[in-house]
Design a protein around this ligand. Sequence first.
Ligand code: SAM
Ligand code: DTB
Ligand code: SF4
Length: 344
Amino acid sequence: MSAVIRHDWSREELLALFDLPFPELLFRAAGVHREHFDPTQVQVSTLLSVKTGGCPEDCAYCPQAQRYDTGVNAQKLMDTDAVVERARAAKHAGASRFCMGAAWRSPKDRDIPKVAAMIAEVKALGLETCATLGMLEDHQAKALKDAGLDYYNHNLDTAPDYYDSIIHTRQYQDRLDTLEHVRNAGLKTCCGGIVGMGETREHRAGLLLALANLPAHPDSVPINRLVQVAGTPLHGSAELDPFEFVRMIAVARIAMPRSMVRLSAGRESMSDELQALCFAAGANSIFYGEKLLTTGNPDTERDQALFARLGIRPMEVAVDAEDHDHPGTVHLDIAPQCGCAASA
Ligand code: SAM
Ligand code: DTB
Ligand code: SF4
């Protein structure tokens, strides 16, 4: 199958892919994957919540929404030094990208210089930088780009026709507008969604359709499996069939051949076998480190063992390092990559 980059998918075409016999879908997705990537390499990102909880939004999946009683303690924006320390540890542990998340509806203009300082210092360590701070205006996106930001994460989360079942405090169009501001600023986009929120296969195809028909395919496409947190409205949702999750990864790979498809939240409760199927279906990025934002992720030892068992290597990423003790082209073997003697 030739992997033409298309922006004119129809929902019927994507549904027809979902409906393929499982071995046929996997074979097609694996073929597309090989046309653009080395299937033995997986990109490794680490997440840090730099501003936790207390969010005014009502996203039905989210433990950080103030209105739900989830036990998350709200914390104000972290100091830059503390963030940099965590970024250094992530680099030692083998990550090539460091993603800073804030539980904001949107940042205030007065927050931007503080986040910009974090970005500049993390970048200077020789890491790729990513931020997810909520809705952004044009000038805010440009300021973050000027500070050295590489990627901005802003998810569509679900299909346009399921969105109203999940979020009421902002519209789908608001998300599309933020993505436009992010692209205009010359930032790379990280944009995906969540499955396992009670949506149908048609909705899952609708999410992938919205992503694949954006003016530019997102550079990274995180596919999150809902992490069910007590106190959120979606706690107690029916579990998604694991094979349906693999299908989601496979159709994302076929529809967006050059994007990094991230096997994102939800890995902690996935078996090694399910994760292996996701990699075979074209997933080529993960979050690495024992925590996502507020919920758990697999232990680093488990991920190291999984990569070793599968013969998968972390992807090497060239970054513009200004820190000469920590070279920019990272040698990733899920071991300290910085070449210095400090331990993880
Ligand atoms: N507040 C900002 C926003 O909403 O864009 C940035 C942080 S927000 C936590 C980033 C993304 O995390 C959400 O868009 C959602 O896709 C994902 N997320 C949040 N809670 C989740 C959960 N319980 N399970 C899976 N993904 C989740
Ligand atoms: C994304 O799509 N998934 C990440 C990242 N972007 C910011 C967040 C997952 C959050 C899972 C719930 C939590 O840990 O709070
Ligand atoms: Fe707030 Fe983001 Fe959570 Fe929605 S997903 S409640 S905007 S932190």
